[in-house]
Design a protein around this ligand. Sequence first.
Ligand SMILES: Nc1nc2c(ncn2[C@@H]2O[C@H](COP(=O)(O)OP(=O)(O)OP(=O)(O)O)[C@@H](O)[C@H]2O)c(=O)[nH]1
Ligand SMILES: [Mg+2]
Length: 637
Amino acid sequence: MSNTAVFAAPPRIALVGNPNCGKTALFNALTGARQKVANYPGVTVERKVGEFLSPAGSRVQIIDLPGTYSLRARSPDEEVTRDVVLGRFEHEAPPDVMVCVADATNLRLHLRLVLELKKLGRPIILALNMMDVAEARGCSVDAAALSAALGVPVVPTVAIRRHGVRGLLDQIDRSMAVMTGADGAAAAPSIAPCGWSEPSAHELRAYHQEVEAILAAALRSAGRPSLATRRIDAALLHPAIGLPFLFLVLFLMFQAVFAWAALPMDMIDTALGWVQAAAGAALPDGMLKSLITDGIIAGVGSVVIFLPQILVLFFFILILESTGYMARAAFLLDRLMGGVGLHGRAFIPLLSSFACAVPGIMAARTIENRADRLATIMIAPLMTCSARLPVYTLLIAAFVPERTVAGGMIGLQGLVMFALYAAGILSALAVAFVLKRTVFKGAREPLLMELPSYRLPGLRDLSLGLLERTRIFLARAGTIIFAIMILLWFLGSFPGAPDGATGPAIDYSFAGMLGHALAPLLAPIGFTWQIAIALVPGMAAREVAVAALGTVYALSETGDALSGSLAGVLAADWSLPTALALLAWFVFAPQCVSTLSVVKRETNSWFWMIVMLVYMTLLAYGAAFVTFQLSSALLGG
Ligand SMILES: Nc1nc2c(ncn2[C@@H]2O[C@H](COP(=O)(O)OP(=O)(O)OP(=O)(O)O)[C@@H](O)[C@H]2O)c(=O)[nH]1
Ligand SMILES: [Mg+2]
């Protein structure tokens, strides 16, 4: 027995600490993972597990957790931390060692949680993080004195530069050696859930006094708060400047999505055209040629071309997140959001939903009140996610002339894009207004959120973040979209046209039959049968609709309908009211399986998922109907 593994499973370490103190940065430094790190409280909302090999050669499991101020968990993300720490999480034993992470520049606040955790009586190591910032601000902590006063080992770290990581690893090894004893016999801590009770007012006062005593012993000099942060905030949170500046930033973001991405998109377009021509020339006429050029290149290519726009969008979001402006934006918009009954904290989930509703909906975990959280989840998909960009861009490129307005200052196409985003935001606010006055009634709670110090975005993090998005986007194009396009090509090519047929083969195919069958339902909103075909595979994800249009039109045309000219084909084939109706449809349509399934998971109910599906579909149909009928009447079309 003595030389079997000391722990049946690898020992488990949890990273615990206040929000935004660098837990995830430390997790990434220890495991080489690339979990999301950003400069606002509430980035991590679920438990993430990683592994590393300690210097002593043991395999260690490490758990990154959402930040919390106390084990008194008030919101679902904090409940995850409480449950993991106390050993209540899905029948998991409590972690063997807790690495408490504390921001060295804000010890008074962060030590309270350390004391609360220490009281659980389990092994603790304190990682004193952000030592670089502390130094720069003249804040000096005596780690040895802190360790003596606290009675736990203390390791200074700079997580983003991996400083102190080796020291932390050695300390982890030492703590595990203490637990297992010299002969290797498992003296591992009990696996029973920890007892914990909410601290009384008396205990809270005692914690406070203890923190003061520890600081008196260990804090050599308190340092000064960030002067830069104070100066920047004096401007950016100014009542008269704050909101206009925020709107300017968002407006520039949408203009840039168009302006900056144009050149790389042209380049991808040219390259795709070249590949398609080369494939067309190299392959003999027949099924294989059609599959490769019309099915795969036209379909997948029509989505891949949007990569530059998605990257520009993410570039802006990453900058907002890493500088610390995101939390300010939440404050600036708190009053506006309150006007429709939304909680100020809803801002971050909603802004994240511009990238994708899935992380946006998960970020709603930081909202304490269930009614507020549900309201936020229900409207998150109305924020224009990046998968809608391809649809919007394609239709705008086809139907909105490329010229500038306002004396050459503003691109018209960017302006229309901005209007579509605005339509999503305004309707989200309207839906929230209705929800908060009907199903989700309740008093509005004030926004309490720590404002982090401003930080310059790290070039490395920024490029890694963009690379990650590229990988995800191309992986989707290469897997799900690729597979759906092959299926669609098959459905669009078989059975072949009968002898003597006049139209293109797709008219007579399975897909054509389906499109024609759906056409009557979609006629009142102006959709053609080709759109009907594209909407069906588009149920999987919105950008698939664009790929599907690429394939459907490539199969419909007699000549070459290259991905790049899809916009041209649409401009010739559709009326303006049809295009406008399709845009209106996409502002609302709940066409995303992942979003619906994350709603099911986060609300833990089928009911809310179905409510979302139904209300968004009705809104989409209604909006497309009104748009089509009105614009047809106005344009005489
Ligand atoms: N200068 C400096 N910045 C750091 C350090 N550690 C983390 N950061 C930055 O601090 C911010 C927060 O880091 P995260 O790792 O996301 O913090 P977290 O504790 O996981 O936050 P939550 O998940 O919201 O609880 C990010 O902007 C990091 O780049 C450090 O040691 N020095
Ligand atoms: Mg985190």
